[in-house]
Design a protein around this ligand. Structure first.
Ligand SMILES: *Cc1c(COP(=O)(O)O)cnc(C)c1O
Length: 392
């Protein structure tokens, strides 16, 4: 044990756990508020708040002044309502028309992904005698959800026709940038074109007298590199958690990683030269060495693709992963160190960031934190104090 709070944890937690630092998230939120200008900050807490525990994070964000929340499903939205979140909740992706009643009960806003979807939502809402609050997605270049038309005028015409459907209450229109995190010249002009098209649609709707509260297009990368009062909401996800949308461009604010992933040393093994480690005999000791067995594996969301590439932190030093990562355990080289059973290894934290872990197997930090499985208890801390220990 190398941290004092760990002695206070329930016995069965130390095997492998994530520490979620609320104080860091609070400071990140304050910094992102400072980037928002006139845009309202929407905290995106989909996918269990990128693995950080959605209920804990949403409560923290709401207490820090956040009034808008973004999720990706009705279930995620309902979890927020269950935990007492009172702010507006927008489901950023598709919602089945069969959910209209639940949407109304939870006062949850859904996204219209296409004209067909709008019609189906409208008739389902009429049948249930409810009104459904919606934002309309428009595709300006992401190639994902949203109305897709040839000209700004056509977008305006189609949005007006969706707005005229019964039992839908259309409150906003939004789009999503696909390369706002890049400083490549072509990408920059692509983003500018997406923005221009969106603002043309906004102007067209205004001149046709349509009354809409929200027009928004900023995500973390957009809100950081293209702050813009034209976007009524800045939809911040990854940066709230202290991860960076793109390394090639410096961030204007210093953020702190909110999550640490830790696991315990179960066994310290003296390996003779020529002995093998793990499945497939992929690693053979080139000389006598010491290996530690750490109680975390791919079933915890620590990808097997990291085998033989990754490192973990033990006693403040990096230890290389030896051989294949197993479902529940992995082995690291601790030759020449005083590592002993019961020590705690840090797999993700301040020194080895989720972005670095991602780089070992060709993905992004987002996937690393989202992938931390439900087997991992989340230890919610505020400063030095343990607030909660969540076992899913
Ligand atoms: C996930 C998501 C976001 C948040 O993206 P980050 O890059 O994490 O800030 C914003 N808007 C939409 C539509 C999303 O789906």
């Amino acid at each position: 044990m190398n941290n004092s709070f760990e002695t206070d944890l329930p016995n069965d937690i130390s095997r492998a756990y994530a520490v979620i630092h609320l104080d860091r998230a609070r400071r990140n939120t304050e910094k992102l508020f400072s980037l928002c200008g006139e845009s309202e900050l929407m905290a995106v807490v989909k996918a269990n708040a990128y693995g950080h525990d959605d209920k804990s994070m949403a409560k923290l964000f709401e207490s820090a002044g956040v009034k808008y929340f973004g999720v990706s499903s009705l279930h995620e939205a309902e979890r927020l309502r269950e935990s007492g979140i009172r702010g507006e909740i927008l489901i950023l992706g598709y919602t089945s028309p069969s959910c209209v009643n639940s949407l109304a009960v939870g006062n949850i806003v859904c996204t219209v992904v296409s004209k067909e979807h709008a019609r189906a939502l409208s008739s389902a809402a009429e049948n249930c005698r409810v009104s459904v609050r919606c934002h309309i997605a428009v595709d300006t270049g992401m190639g994902r959800i949203g109305l897709r038309e040839k000209s700004a005028d056509n977008y305006v015409k189609e949005i007006l026709s969706v707005m005229s459907l019964p039992s839908l209450s259309i409150e906003g229109v939004f789009t999503h940038f696909s390369v706002a995190d890049s400083d490549d010249e072509g990408d920059v002009s692509y983003t500018e074109n997406q923005r221009k098209l969106f603002l043309d649609i906004k102007a067209g709707l205004a001149s046709s007298g349509a009354k809409l509260q929200h027009f928004h297009f900023l995500n973390s990368a957009g809100g950081t590199y293209y702050p813009d009062n034209e976007s009524s909401l800045a939809r911040f996800g990854v940066m709230l958690y202290g991860l960076c949308p793109n390394y090639s461009k410096a961030l204007p604010v210093r953020l702190e990683p909110v999550l640490e992933l830790k696991a315990e040393v179960a066994y310290v093994n003296n390996l003779k030269k020529g002995s093998f480690v793990s499945y497939g005999r992929a690693f053979c000791a080139p000389h006598d060495m010491t290996a530690a067995v750490i109680t975390i594996g791919y079933a915890d969301g620590y990808s097997r693709l990291i085998s033989e590439k990754g490192e973990v932190l033990l006693h403040g030093k990096r230890a290389k992963i030896l051989g294949k990562i197993c479902m529940d355990q992995l082995m690291v080289d601790v030759s020449g160190t005083a590592v002993k059973v019961g020590d705690i290894a840090t797999l993700i934290g301040d020194s080895i960031t989720a972005d670095e872990v991602a780089s070992w197997y060709g993905t992004i930090g987002y996937e690393v934190v989202c992938g931390i499985s439900k087997r991992i208890p989340r230890v919610i801390m505020d400063g030095e104090k343990v607030i909660d220990v969540l076992q899913y």
